[in-house]
Design a protein around this ligand. Structure first.
Ligand code: AMP
Length: 196
């Protein structure tokens, strides 16, 4: 999802509101919120709704008229309900909820070999080596991209996040894309599905 979000942001200039990245920024700058969030992130668990919901709704409230892409939020039913309430208050309903469907074992393989750039956020893989091919920055592995944590993240997804598939299907907003393919092929489908 991060890869597709970055491609869409590069092309359309919409705001990319990525809950995981907001938490990682807090962790990096050592804020109280970051310290609390890191305990959950390192275990592959969700940061509690009481922390996550106000943090994201606050960011949403500060967006102008341009569109935005929410990446990684909502992840629980309570988050989805809170998001609906905020968006109706703002008069900005969702256009679509995108499900990028990937086989769990493919996810384990992708995430355990994923590397990210510390400077520009580029998402690559171990094959990129230590240097970012985009900006020359340092590539690193996220603390939660080890196999045990990734498997826990998948369990948490099944329990807490997958009910949202039915939720958004019920709202007639669900768009499902087969993510078991090359990122550029997936991207072409995402654009078509979103009428871009
Ligand atoms: P991501 O970058 O989307 O893989 O998220 C990394 C981690 O941040 C997750 O495993 C959670 O610990 C936390 N996180 C991100 N988004 C949320 C959310 N919507 N609700 C709760 N925790 C989240």
């Amino acid at each position: 999802k991060g890869t597709q979000g970055a491609l869409l942001m590069d092309k359309y200039g919409v705001a990319h509101i990525e809950s995981g990245a907001v938490f990682r920024q807090h962790v990096g700058s050592g804020t109280e919120l970051g310290k609390k969030a890191k305990e959950y992130m390192d275990r592959g668990e969700l940061v509690p709704d009481e922390i996550t919901i106000p943090m994201i709704l606050d960011i949403l409230g500060k967006q102008g008229d341009k569109g935005w892409l929410l990446d990684g939020f909502p992840r629980t039913s309570a988050q989805a309900v809170a998001l609906d309430a905020e968006l109706s208050k703002l008069g900005r309903p969702l256009d679509a909820a995108l499900l990028i469907d990937v086989d769990p074992e493919v996810i384990v393989a992708r995430l355990t070999s994923r590397r990210m750039c510390r400077d520009c956020g580029y998402i690559g893989s171990a094959a990129d080596g230590d240097t970012c091919p985009k900006c020359g920055g340092e590539m690193y592995q996220r603390d939660d991209d080890n196999e045990a944590t990734v498997r826990n993240r998948l369990d948490v997804y099944e329990t807490s996040t997958s009910p949202l598939i039915d939720y958004y299907r019920g709202c007639e907003l669900l768009v499902t894309i087969d993510g078991d393919r090359d990122p550029n092929v997936v991207y072409a489908d995402v654009k078509e599905a979103l009428d871009l």
